[in-house]
Design a protein around this ligand. Sequence first.
Ligand SMILES: Cc1cc2nc3c(=O)[nH]c(=O)nc-3n(C[C@H](O)[C@H](O)[C@H](O)COP(=O)(O)O)c2cc1C
Length: 333
Amino acid sequence: MSHYPSARFSVAPMLDWTDRHCRYFHRLLSRHAQLYTEMVTTGAILHGKGDYLAFSQQEHPLVLQLGGSDPVALARCATLAEQRGYDEINLNVGCPSDRVQNGMFGACLMAEPRRVADSVAAMKAAVAIPVTVKTRIGIDEQDSYAFLCTLVDGLVDAGVDALVVHARKAWLKGLSPKENREIPPLDYERVYRLKRDYPGLTIAVNGGIKTLDEATRHLAQLDGVMLGREAYQNPYLLAQVDARLFGDEREVPSRHQVVRNLLPYIEQELSRGTYLGSITRHTLGIFQGLPGARAWRRHLSENAHKAGAGIEVVEAAMAKVPESVPEAELDCS
Ligand SMILES: Cc1cc2nc3c(=O)[nH]c(=O)nc-3n(C[C@H](O)[C@H](O)[C@H](O)COP(=O)(O)O)c2cc1C
Protein backbone atom coordinates (compact mmCIF):
# COMPACT_ATOMS: atom_id res chain seq x y z
CA MET A 1 0.00 0.00 0.00
CA SER A 2 2.87 2.36 0.75
CA HIS A 3 5.59 3.78 -1.48
CA TYR A 4 7.60 3.81 1.66
CA PRO A 5 8.08 0.23 2.85
CA SER A 6 10.24 0.60 5.97
CA ALA A 7 7.37 2.44 7.66
CA ARG A 8 5.52 -0.91 7.74
CA PHE A 9 6.82 -1.70 11.20
CA SER A 10 8.65 0.58 13.57
CA VAL A 11 9.73 0.71 17.18
CA ALA A 12 8.48 3.95 18.72
CA PRO A 13 10.67 6.82 19.89
CA MET A 14 10.89 6.53 23.68
CA LEU A 15 12.82 8.97 25.86
CA ASP A 16 15.39 7.26 28.07
CA TRP A 17 14.58 3.92 26.43
CA THR A 18 15.43 3.91 22.71
CA ASP A 19 18.98 5.15 23.09
CA ARG A 20 21.68 3.87 20.77
CA HIS A 21 22.40 0.76 22.88
CA CYS A 22 18.76 -0.20 22.82
CA ARG A 23 18.57 0.32 19.08
CA TYR A 24 21.68 -1.79 18.45
CA PHE A 25 20.08 -4.57 20.49
CA HIS A 26 16.77 -4.27 18.64
CA ARG A 27 18.58 -4.44 15.32
CA LEU A 28 19.94 -7.86 16.28
CA LEU A 29 16.32 -9.00 16.46
CA SER A 30 15.01 -7.50 13.21
CA ARG A 31 16.79 -6.36 10.08
CA HIS A 32 13.81 -4.49 8.70
CA ALA A 33 12.04 -2.78 11.58
CA GLN A 34 12.45 0.95 11.38
CA LEU A 35 14.11 2.23 14.56
CA TYR A 36 13.63 5.65 16.11
CA THR A 37 15.87 7.70 18.34
CA GLU A 38 14.51 9.21 21.51
CA MET A 39 13.16 12.69 20.89
CA VAL A 40 16.09 15.09 20.58
CA THR A 41 15.38 18.80 20.85
CA THR A 42 16.73 21.32 18.39
CA GLY A 43 18.22 23.19 21.37
CA ALA A 44 20.24 20.15 22.42
CA ILE A 45 21.56 19.59 18.91
CA LEU A 46 22.38 23.21 18.16
CA HIS A 47 23.57 24.39 21.57
CA GLY A 48 24.22 21.28 23.69
CA LYS A 49 27.66 20.08 24.68
CA GLY A 50 27.27 16.40 23.84
CA ASP A 51 26.89 14.68 20.47
CA TYR A 52 23.17 14.00 20.42
CA LEU A 53 23.23 12.52 16.93
CA ALA A 54 25.64 9.62 17.54
CA PHE A 55 24.62 6.15 16.36
CA SER A 56 26.21 2.99 14.96
CA GLN A 57 25.94 2.10 11.30
CA GLN A 58 24.20 -1.18 12.18
CA GLU A 59 21.13 0.75 13.33
CA HIS A 60 19.79 1.61 9.85
CA PRO A 61 17.02 2.15 8.86
CA LEU A 62 17.07 4.84 11.52
CA VAL A 63 14.80 7.83 12.12
CA LEU A 64 15.81 10.89 14.12
CA GLN A 65 12.89 12.28 16.06
CA LEU A 66 13.15 16.02 16.56
CA GLY A 67 11.43 18.15 19.17
CA GLY A 68 11.09 21.79 18.25
CA SER A 69 8.87 24.40 16.68
CA ASP A 70 11.20 26.87 15.00
CA PRO A 71 11.29 26.06 11.28
CA VAL A 72 14.79 27.50 10.86
CA ALA A 73 16.25 25.49 13.75
CA LEU A 74 14.43 22.34 12.62
CA ALA A 75 15.74 22.72 9.07
CA ARG A 76 19.27 23.19 10.40
CA CYS A 77 19.00 20.06 12.56
CA ALA A 78 17.50 18.08 9.68
CA THR A 79 20.47 19.05 7.53
CA LEU A 80 22.95 17.99 10.22
CA ALA A 81 21.09 14.70 10.62
CA GLU A 82 21.09 14.02 6.90
CA GLN A 83 24.83 14.69 6.77
CA ARG A 84 25.33 12.22 9.61
CA GLY A 85 23.46 9.53 7.68
CA TYR A 86 20.03 9.36 9.26
CA ASP A 87 17.42 7.82 6.96
CA GLU A 88 14.49 10.00 7.97
CA ILE A 89 13.46 12.93 10.16
CA ASN A 90 10.33 12.77 12.29
CA LEU A 91 8.79 15.75 14.04
CA ASN A 92 7.22 15.17 17.45
CA VAL A 93 3.69 16.57 17.56
CA GLY A 94 2.48 14.10 20.16
CA CYS A 95 4.38 14.39 23.43
CA PRO A 96 2.24 15.98 26.18
CA SER A 97 4.76 16.55 29.00
CA ASP A 98 4.82 19.95 30.73
CA ARG A 99 8.49 20.40 30.04
CA VAL A 100 7.83 19.94 26.36
CA GLN A 101 4.88 22.35 26.36
CA ASN A 102 7.05 25.07 27.89
CA GLY A 103 9.45 24.61 25.01
CA MET A 104 6.46 24.95 22.65
CA PHE A 105 6.73 21.63 20.97
CA GLY A 106 5.17 18.20 21.16
CA ALA A 107 1.40 17.69 21.28
CA CYS A 108 0.57 21.34 21.94
CA LEU A 109 1.69 22.03 18.38
CA MET A 110 -1.51 20.36 17.20
CA ALA A 111 -3.16 23.69 18.03
CA GLU A 112 -0.71 25.44 15.68
CA PRO A 113 -1.16 23.65 12.37
CA ARG A 114 0.37 26.52 10.37
CA ARG A 115 3.58 26.35 12.38
CA VAL A 116 3.80 22.58 12.02
CA ALA A 117 3.26 22.85 8.27
CA ASP A 118 5.90 25.58 8.01
CA SER A 119 8.32 23.42 9.99
CA VAL A 120 7.79 20.45 7.69
CA ALA A 121 8.09 22.65 4.60
CA ALA A 122 11.37 24.11 5.90
CA MET A 123 12.80 20.65 6.58
CA LYS A 124 11.63 19.34 3.21
CA ALA A 125 13.37 22.25 1.50
CA ALA A 126 16.57 21.48 3.40
CA VAL A 127 16.93 17.69 3.00
CA ALA A 128 16.31 14.90 0.51
CA ILE A 129 15.49 12.22 3.10
CA PRO A 130 11.83 11.70 4.12
CA VAL A 131 10.32 14.10 6.65
CA THR A 132 7.49 12.64 8.70
CA VAL A 133 5.32 13.63 11.67
CA LYS A 134 4.14 11.72 14.74
CA THR A 135 0.96 13.09 16.21
CA ARG A 136 -2.12 12.30 18.28
CA ILE A 137 -5.77 12.35 17.16
CA GLY A 138 -6.48 15.49 19.21
CA ILE A 139 -5.70 17.54 22.30
CA ASP A 140 -7.96 18.56 25.18
CA GLU A 141 -11.39 19.61 23.87
CA GLN A 142 -10.01 19.91 20.36
CA ASP A 143 -10.63 16.35 19.33
CA SER A 144 -12.95 16.49 16.35
CA TYR A 145 -12.06 14.72 13.12
CA ALA A 146 -12.14 18.13 11.39
CA PHE A 147 -9.46 19.41 13.80
CA LEU A 148 -7.19 16.50 12.89
CA CYS A 149 -7.86 17.06 9.18
CA THR A 150 -6.84 20.72 9.42
CA LEU A 151 -3.43 19.60 10.67
CA VAL A 152 -3.16 16.88 8.04
CA ASP A 153 -4.17 19.21 5.18
CA GLY A 154 -1.34 21.57 6.10
CA LEU A 155 1.12 18.68 6.32
CA VAL A 156 0.11 17.30 2.94
CA ASP A 157 0.53 20.74 1.36
CA ALA A 158 3.96 21.00 3.01
CA GLY A 159 4.96 17.69 1.40
CA VAL A 160 5.08 15.45 4.47
CA ASP A 161 6.20 11.92 3.53
CA ALA A 162 4.28 9.98 6.17
CA LEU A 163 2.29 10.32 9.32
CA VAL A 164 2.38 8.22 12.48
CA VAL A 165 -0.80 8.62 14.49
CA HIS A 166 -0.97 7.68 18.15
CA ALA A 167 -4.64 6.75 18.16
CA ARG A 168 -5.65 8.62 21.31
CA LYS A 169 -5.86 12.25 22.19
CA ALA A 170 -3.69 13.93 24.84
CA TRP A 171 -4.88 15.99 27.76
CA LEU A 172 -2.33 18.78 28.08
CA LYS A 173 -3.38 19.68 31.63
CA GLY A 174 -4.06 17.31 34.46
CA LEU A 175 -2.58 14.05 33.16
CA SER A 176 1.03 12.93 33.41
CA PRO A 177 2.72 11.69 30.22
CA LYS A 178 2.28 8.14 31.52
CA GLU A 179 -1.45 8.65 32.13
CA ASN A 180 -1.69 10.21 28.69
CA ARG A 181 -0.51 6.90 27.26
CA GLU A 182 -3.20 4.97 29.11
CA ILE A 183 -6.30 6.99 29.99
CA PRO A 184 -7.56 8.65 26.78
CA PRO A 185 -9.30 5.84 24.89
CA LEU A 186 -7.80 4.38 21.72
CA ASP A 187 -9.70 5.16 18.53
CA TYR A 188 -8.18 3.17 15.69
CA GLU A 189 -11.25 3.77 13.53
CA ARG A 190 -10.34 7.44 13.30
CA VAL A 191 -6.92 6.55 11.89
CA TYR A 192 -8.51 4.17 9.36
CA ARG A 193 -10.86 6.95 8.32
CA LEU A 194 -7.91 9.27 7.83
CA LYS A 195 -6.32 6.73 5.49
CA ARG A 196 -9.56 6.40 3.53
CA ASP A 197 -9.75 10.19 3.16
CA TYR A 198 -6.04 10.64 2.34
CA PRO A 199 -5.30 7.47 0.34
CA GLY A 200 -2.09 8.91 -1.12
CA LEU A 201 -0.58 9.65 2.28
CA THR A 202 1.49 6.98 4.05
CA ILE A 203 -0.10 6.49 7.48
CA ALA A 204 1.06 4.30 10.37
CA VAL A 205 -0.86 3.69 13.57
CA ASN A 206 0.54 3.62 17.09
CA GLY A 207 -0.84 2.96 20.55
CA GLY A 208 -1.69 -0.14 22.53
CA ILE A 209 -0.55 -2.72 19.95
CA LYS A 210 0.80 -5.80 21.70
CA THR A 211 1.04 -8.61 19.17
CA LEU A 212 1.99 -9.17 15.56
CA ASP A 213 -1.50 -10.55 14.95
CA GLU A 214 -2.92 -7.17 15.92
CA ALA A 215 -0.27 -5.47 13.80
CA THR A 216 -1.29 -7.57 10.80
CA ARG A 217 -4.93 -6.58 11.26
CA HIS A 218 -4.00 -2.89 11.26
CA LEU A 219 -1.87 -3.41 8.16
CA ALA A 220 -4.98 -4.50 6.26
CA GLN A 221 -6.17 -0.88 6.59
CA LEU A 222 -2.97 1.11 6.93
CA ASP A 223 0.61 1.36 5.71
CA GLY A 224 2.40 0.86 8.99
CA VAL A 225 2.31 0.01 12.66
CA MET A 226 4.50 1.39 15.43
CA LEU A 227 5.01 -0.45 18.70
CA GLY A 228 6.41 1.20 21.79
CA ARG A 229 6.14 -0.34 25.22
CA GLU A 230 5.51 -3.92 24.10
CA ALA A 231 8.55 -3.93 21.82
CA TYR A 232 10.70 -2.63 24.64
CA GLN A 233 9.39 -4.87 27.38
CA ASN A 234 9.07 -8.01 25.27
CA PRO A 235 11.80 -7.50 22.67
CA TYR A 236 11.80 -11.06 21.33
CA LEU A 237 8.56 -10.14 19.60
CA LEU A 238 10.81 -8.29 17.16
CA ALA A 239 12.41 -11.56 16.07
CA GLN A 240 9.24 -12.52 14.17
CA VAL A 241 8.81 -9.16 12.43
CA ASP A 242 11.01 -9.85 9.39
CA ALA A 243 9.27 -13.09 8.49
CA ARG A 244 5.73 -12.05 9.32
CA LEU A 245 5.66 -8.47 8.08
CA PHE A 246 8.48 -8.19 5.54
CA GLY A 247 8.46 -11.66 3.97
CA ASP A 248 12.10 -12.21 4.93
CA GLU A 249 12.29 -15.87 5.89
CA ARG A 250 15.91 -15.97 7.02
CA GLU A 251 16.51 -18.00 10.14
CA VAL A 252 15.53 -16.30 13.37
CA PRO A 253 18.21 -16.35 16.10
CA SER A 254 17.31 -17.90 19.44
CA ARG A 255 17.10 -15.61 22.44
CA HIS A 256 20.42 -16.91 23.74
CA GLN A 257 21.97 -16.33 20.34
CA VAL A 258 20.74 -12.75 20.31
CA VAL A 259 22.45 -12.12 23.64
CA ARG A 260 25.63 -13.79 22.38
CA ASN A 261 25.50 -11.61 19.27
CA LEU A 262 25.40 -8.57 21.53
CA LEU A 263 28.57 -9.50 23.43
CA PRO A 264 31.12 -8.08 20.94
CA TYR A 265 29.24 -4.77 20.98
CA ILE A 266 29.23 -4.78 24.77
CA GLU A 267 32.97 -5.40 24.87
CA GLN A 268 33.62 -2.60 22.43
CA GLU A 269 31.45 -0.20 24.40
CA LEU A 270 33.01 -1.16 27.74
CA SER A 271 36.42 -0.40 26.31
CA ARG A 272 35.13 3.11 25.55
CA GLY A 273 33.99 3.59 29.13
CA THR A 274 30.29 2.72 28.80
CA TYR A 275 28.80 1.06 31.90
CA LEU A 276 27.56 -2.47 31.40
CA GLY A 277 24.21 -1.61 32.95
CA SER A 278 23.55 1.11 30.37
CA ILE A 279 23.39 -1.61 27.74
CA THR A 280 21.97 -4.57 29.63
CA ARG A 281 19.02 -2.60 31.06
CA HIS A 282 17.44 -2.77 27.59
CA THR A 283 17.75 -6.55 27.43
CA LEU A 284 15.96 -7.45 30.67
CA GLY A 285 12.82 -8.63 28.85
CA ILE A 286 14.50 -10.86 26.25
CA PHE A 287 13.69 -14.12 28.04
CA GLN A 288 10.14 -13.09 28.98
CA GLY A 289 7.95 -16.14 29.50
CA LEU A 290 10.83 -18.60 29.87
CA PRO A 291 11.89 -20.48 33.00
CA GLY A 292 14.85 -18.56 34.41
CA ALA A 293 13.73 -15.18 33.02
CA ARG A 294 13.45 -13.71 36.47
CA ALA A 295 16.87 -15.01 37.53
CA TRP A 296 18.36 -13.44 34.38
CA ARG A 297 16.83 -10.09 35.22
CA ARG A 298 17.82 -10.28 38.86
CA HIS A 299 21.42 -11.22 38.14
CA LEU A 300 21.81 -8.33 35.73
CA SER A 301 20.03 -5.84 37.97
CA GLU A 302 22.20 -6.78 40.94
CA ASN A 303 25.54 -6.95 39.16
CA ALA A 304 25.65 -4.96 35.93
CA HIS A 305 26.04 -1.59 37.68
CA LYS A 306 29.06 -2.68 39.73
CA ALA A 307 32.42 -1.12 38.94
CA GLY A 308 34.36 -3.25 36.48
CA ALA A 309 31.36 -5.41 35.52
CA GLY A 310 32.02 -7.07 32.16
CA ILE A 311 30.53 -9.65 29.83
CA GLU A 312 31.07 -12.41 32.40
CA VAL A 313 28.09 -10.90 34.23
CA VAL A 314 25.95 -11.34 31.12
CA GLU A 315 27.20 -14.88 30.59
CA ALA A 316 26.46 -15.82 34.19
CA ALA A 317 22.98 -14.30 33.92
CA MET A 318 22.32 -16.17 30.67
CA ALA A 319 23.40 -19.46 32.25
CA LYS A 320 20.39 -19.15 34.55
CA VAL A 321 18.03 -19.63 31.60
CA PRO A 322 17.96 -23.22 30.28
CA GLU A 323 18.63 -23.29 26.57
CA SER A 324 16.73 -26.46 25.77
CA VAL A 325 13.19 -25.16 25.14
CA PRO A 326 12.69 -25.17 21.35
CA GLU A 327 11.64 -21.68 20.23
CA ALA A 328 8.99 -23.18 17.97
CA GLU A 329 7.07 -24.25 21.05
CA LEU A 330 6.93 -20.76 22.44
CA ASP A 331 4.22 -18.35 21.51
CA CYS A 332 5.92 -15.01 21.44
CA SER A 333 3.84 -13.22 18.86
C1 LIG B 1 9.24 5.73 28.29
C2 LIG B 1 8.55 6.36 27.11
C3 LIG B 1 9.13 7.46 26.49
C4 LIG B 1 8.51 8.04 25.35
N1 LIG B 1 9.15 9.04 24.68
C5 LIG B 1 8.62 9.51 23.50
C6 LIG B 1 9.35 10.39 22.66
O1 LIG B 1 10.50 10.77 22.94
N2 LIG B 1 8.74 10.82 21.51
C7 LIG B 1 7.49 10.41 21.15
O2 LIG B 1 6.98 10.81 20.10
N3 LIG B 1 6.80 9.54 21.93
C8 LIG B 1 7.34 9.07 23.06
N4 LIG B 1 6.67 8.12 23.79
C9 LIG B 1 5.37 7.63 23.28
C10 LIG B 1 5.59 6.40 22.38
O3 LIG B 1 6.34 6.73 21.25
C11 LIG B 1 4.22 5.83 21.94
O4 LIG B 1 3.55 6.81 21.19
C12 LIG B 1 3.35 5.40 23.12
O5 LIG B 1 4.10 4.66 24.07
C13 LIG B 1 2.16 4.56 22.64
O6 LIG B 1 2.59 3.39 21.99
P1 LIG B 1 2.61 1.95 22.74
O7 LIG B 1 1.23 1.76 23.31
O8 LIG B 1 2.95 0.95 21.66
O9 LIG B 1 3.64 2.03 23.82
C14 LIG B 1 7.26 7.54 24.91
C15 LIG B 1 6.69 6.44 25.56
C16 LIG B 1 7.32 5.85 26.65
C17 LIG B 1 6.70 4.63 27.30
